[in-house]
Design a protein around this ligand. Structure first.
Ligand code: ADP
Length: 556
């Protein structure tokens, strides 16, 4: 009896303990940070913890007994089913997955779920799913992606229209159901350039809305307001009150906004260098998307990047226009200047002859100096003309076989005659003719030698080397002058590029000689390079490749 009663007591205690444990576990599950669901092998919700309501809005009794799959986002469903099926085949297995589930309020919630297969466990007999809301993290990731993509697009194209259209398409639907990006033109007039709506059929409505607003200067709203005030705007909840106000001010606009189902709105001016250059609006008609201050901060970052890129595009196009104007001016001016300078030169020569015959020696000397200056002027004009012709691809070339040694010798003699200070040495020889335009190659050499003299005022030697290379000839001009700082070397053959160093004395020039020389060598299929060290001198080298096999070079 005693034994019996003791046993009875033990069983009761055990049952009590079991019950207590069960309650403990139930409470544990209910208070767990994760939402917990048990699913059958068929995907039916067998059990749902209270915390599911916090994540998805459903009370346990609303969701128990229903199939889970229809609540999933169609885009995520295939992957979910694939993983679920393979989990079913792995007793004791586990899988973690991120997917979207519809909240009771109609919005999509990103969850991270871990499913464990306990179907074989006699106490559980279910797939246990733990999940938590990761919408915020997902949103941040998506926005970062959007920013990166937008920045990439904006920096890869200088064509405003295409780029902004693409940006508008990126904003919808992740940030808005419809959006507009407008920019001001040079006359500060609105030039709508990008409108996008998640639903193409509604796009016309957004456009009509814009047309209605466009000239509404008395009580500006939307884009106009942003452009006028330069202030960001956030209407988190476009409530009936807001709509009624619009109704009174502009009934037409009210009807369209209603039709578009506007629920939340934010607008950002596009500001570059302290000027409003446009605006972008974000509109949401999604039931649960109410813009917050966080969204506004993100919109501001995006607007900042758009404004910067628009401004760059404008600066670029203004610079292009200025370059075109400059090139046109140089082309016209050099053409127009050539004729009077040629006449001037002729008159000087006539006068020189007449004065010489009258024995006016001192006047003849003055006219010789004048002639030398006119020659310099003619040279400059010729160089400018060459630049224009190179740009248009119209620099003419008369190619033939010629003796490179001879050209080098003649050019050196000519430069030597004008520079008493320097000794110009020729080293090396090539024992065959080369193919090219003899006058143009002479022009290149003249240029390199003139520079060598000009930029080595303290030195007294210049060396010209002529060598035969495997595929042609190579000529170099070396001086021991001021040299060129490393950072300038990459630009030295650019049009109008001059090295400016406040510590250096200023040398006269236009920065086109090397450009012309480089282009001439390029047309010959050769290459021009520079090696230089500040204060040590410079070495300019150009190559002239053999003309292709059809003609073989003649021996000299
Ligand atoms: P320019 O001499 O008329 O300015 P160039 O096109 O011939 O124009 O040369 C471009 C620039 O390259 C010059 O302004 C000068 O700064 C630099 N440069 C050219 N040749 C030399 C050289 N031999 N030594 C040092 N600097 C040079």
């Amino acid at each position: 009896m005693a034994v019996y009663s003791k046993k009875t007591r033990t069983t009761t205690d055990h049952q009590k303990a079991l019950k207590q444990n069960e309650e403990r576990f139930r409470a544990l599950i209910q208070h767990s940070a994760d939402a917990i669901q048990l699913l059958s092998a068929e995907g039916i919700v067998l059990y749902s913890s209270d915390s599911v309501e916090r994540v998805l809005g459903y009370k346990p009794e609303e969701i128990q007994g229903v199939e889970a799959a229809p609540y999933l986002h169609p885009g995520d469903l295939p992957l979910f089913l694939e993983r679920f099926t393979s989990l079913l085949q792995t007793p004791g297995g586990q899988v973690t997955l991120e997917y979207r589930v519809k909240h009771k309020n109609g919005s999509w919630v990103w969850i991270e779920a871990t499913g464990s297969n306990y179907l074989h466990d006699p106490h559980i007999q279910a797939i246990v799913g733990n999940f938590r809301d990761i919408t915020q993290r997902k949103q941040m990731e998506e926005r970062q992606r959007l920013l990166n993509k937008a920045s990439e697009k904006l920096s890869s194209s200088l064509d405003q229209q295409i780029t902004l259209h693409e940006i508008a398409q990126m904003i919808v639907p992740s940030l808005a159901d419809y959006c507009r990006i407008a920019v001001l033109d040079e006359r500060q007039q609105i030039k709508e350039i990008a409108v996008h709506h998640i639903d193409p059929e509604q796009l016309t409505l957004v456009q009509v809305l814009y047309e209605q607003y466009k000239d509404n200067l008395n009580s500006p709203q939307g884009l106009q307001k942003l452009l006028e005030t330069g202030q960001a705007e956030l209407i988190s909840d476009v409530s009936e009150v807001v709509l009624q106000r619009t109704m009174q001010e502009n009934p037409g606009m009210f009807a369209i906004i209603r039709a578009l189902g506007l629920k939340s709105y934010m607008g950002m001016p596009l500001i570059a260098r302290d000027r409003v250059i446009g605006a972008v609006t974000f509109s949401s008609s999604e039931p649960q998307r109410y813009y917050t201050l966080d969204d506004l901060a993100f919109a501001q970052e995006l607007a900042h990047r758009i404004a910067l890129s628009l401004d760059n595009a404008r600066l670029y196009s203004a610079a292009q226009k200025a370059i075109t104007l400059r090139d046109d001016f140089i082309s016209i001016a050099s053409h127009e200047l050539r004729t009077p300078v040629t006449s001037l030169k002729l008159y000087i020569q006539v006068l020189q002859k007449q004065l010489a015959s009258r024995g006016e020696e001192s006047l003849v000397r003055s006219f010789s100096k004048m002639d030398a200056q006119v020659n310099k002027l003619a040279h400059l004009i010729q160089d400018l003309l060459n630049v224009s012709k190179i740009e248009l691809g119209k620099l003419d070339f008369q190619e033939n076989w010629f003796d490179l040694n001879e050209v080098v010798k003649e050019t050196v003699e000519q430069i030597q005659s004008t520079s008493g200070k320097h000794r110009i040495l020729i080293k090396g020889k090539i024992n065959r003719t080369v193919w090219g335009d003899v006058d143009r190659i002479g022009q290149v050499l003249t240029n390199l030698l003139t520079n060598a003299v000009k930029y080595s005022p303290q030195a007294d030697t210049i060396i010209v080397r002529v060598t035969a290379s495997q595929d042609g000839a190579e000529v170099s001009v070396q001086d021991f002058g001021i040299g060129i700082e490393n950072e300038h070397l990459a630009h030295i053959f650019d049009r109008f590029y001059r090295v400016s160093d406040p510590e250096e004395k200023t040398y006269p020039g236009l920065g086109i000689g090397l450009y012309i020389a480089y282009e001439i060598i390029k047309v010959h299929g050769g290459n021009m390079t520079v090696e230089s060290e500040k204060g040590q001198g410079s070495l300019f080298t150009f190559t002239l490749p053999d003309k292709s096999s059809s003609r073989s070079p003649r021996d000299t």
